[in-house]
Design a protein around this ligand. Structure first.
Ligand code: ATP
Length: 365
């Protein structure tokens, strides 16, 4: 019987538990044995108690749980070949030949590297006497499938990542709370949301809450941004609005690459010689990541987890490593390497202020 393992890695995101649950149950449904690797790559490198066989009932109730119940970690050892060699040995000792990884682009890059190196790692385990030829023989090929778990929705090639709609919902809920108090006191609030290279959360939250102004990395502000923002806020106030909401992504900057900080925006709105608004800053921080998954992330992680197991069972030694995407509401399989490369290029293009390139890469089908 085949043994399929699932792991979560990198930053946690709501819906990771749904993905783990779906992979475990679909693997069992297809007559395979299901395993969980606890604590991301760290668990794979350490082995032992971090690699556990899972039964159907072990993941009962996981859909409605936030975070990731099998843990996640950043693992320095996995960046180096000796760490990956230990990981390979632990996989073989546990009889695992397929790995489904739910994580961000870093985790999926590591996964692809591991698969490429796999034949060499197996040979080395034999030549150094750590394992015998008989032990490694059934494990000549490693199967890897990626699931994208990230609140940022920053992966090229997919319309949504597991967790992004939960984080967006959380931001909107928080802005609603803030709006009530802002209106009562006629205050302005500058709300910082996550997103270093990707303004999806900030932009969508701006639309969904009817914010007065939004700053995102993909749209660096021209030199007159201060006047532009103040003019718009002043107009909204003249129309009778008692509250002002400005949403700023962590990675917001001007066209010279200078960071636009919440403090700067606050000082401007509060300027006694200008709008003179009573202004506060709220940094939402980790509430964006935490909490339960919304209905969409439960559904997405379940369908994608099922598809990940199907992809494992369909794979041949020459199939390029896939990741599971969603495009125009259809669950799809895409080459992982291309999407990871495009995602990294987008980040580079944004840093280099080449926004046309960034947008075209992000939209790559
Ligand atoms: P997030 O979106 O939250 O940043 P991520 O998956 O991109 O998630 P990373 O910290 O980049 O998070 O990666 C998680 C782990 O994956 C790392 O700690 C490391 O163990 C492994 N990893 C990442 N990049 C590589 C790489 N190039 N080679 C080998 N392993 C890697």
């Amino acid at each position: 019987r085949r043994r399929i393992a699932v792991m979560t890695s990198g930053g946690d995101s709501p819906g990771m538990n749904g993905a783990t649950r779906a992979v475990v149950r679909m693997a069992i449904e297809k007559g395979c044995e299901a395993y969980c690797i606890y604590e991301g790559y760290e668990g794979l490198v350490q082995g032992g108690k971090f690699i556990r066989k899972m039964e159907w009932s072990d993941v009962r109730g996981w859909l409605s749980e936030g975070g990731t119940l099998i843990g996640t970690a950043r693992c320095m050892a996995f960046y180096e070949r000796p760490g990956r060699l230990r990981a390979a040995k632990n996989m073989i000792l546990n009889g695992i030949d397929a790995l489904v990884i739910c994580g961000g682009d870093g985790s999926l890059t590591g996964a692809d590297k591991f698969r490429h190196e796999w034949p060499g790692l197996v040979d080395e385990l034999v030549s150094t006497g750590e394992l015998t030829t008989e032990q490694v023989e059934p494990y000549r090929h490693l199967n890897i499938v990626g699931l994208v778990g990230s609140i940022d929705n920053d992966m090229s090639g997919t319309d949504a990542t597991i967790g992004c709609f939960s984080a967006l919902g959380r931001i909107c809920e928080m802005v609603d709370y803030i709006e009530a108090t802002a209106s009562s006191h006629s205050r302005a609030f500058v709300i910082e949301v996550m997103g270093r290279h990707c303004g999806w959360l900030a932009l969508m939250a701006g639309v969904a809450t009817g914010a007065d102004f939004v700053f995102i990395p993909e749209k660096p502000r021209a030199d007159n941004w201060k006047e532009e923002m103040c003019t718009i806020v002043a107009r909204h106030r003249q129309l009778g609005k008692r509250k002002t909401i400005v949403i700023v992504a962590e990675g917001a900057h001007d066209q010279h690459g200078n960071k636009i900080s919440p403090e700067q925006i606050k000082d401007l709105l509060a300027d006694k010689n200008g709008l003179a608004l009573d202004t506060r800053i709220t940094t939402l921080g980790h509430v964006q990541r935490g909490g339960t998954a919304c209905a969409y992330d439960r559904y997405l992680s379940t369908l994608q987890g099922v598809e990940a197991v199907n992809a494992v069972l369909d794979a041949t030694p020459t199939t390029p490593t896939p990741f599971i995407a969603i495009n125009e509401n259809k669950i799809t399989r895409k080459p992982l390497v291309q999407a990871v490369e495009d995602t990294k290029e987008v980040a580079k293009a944004i840093e280099a202020q080449d926004f046309d390139r960034a947008m075209s890469l992000r939209d790559t089908e």
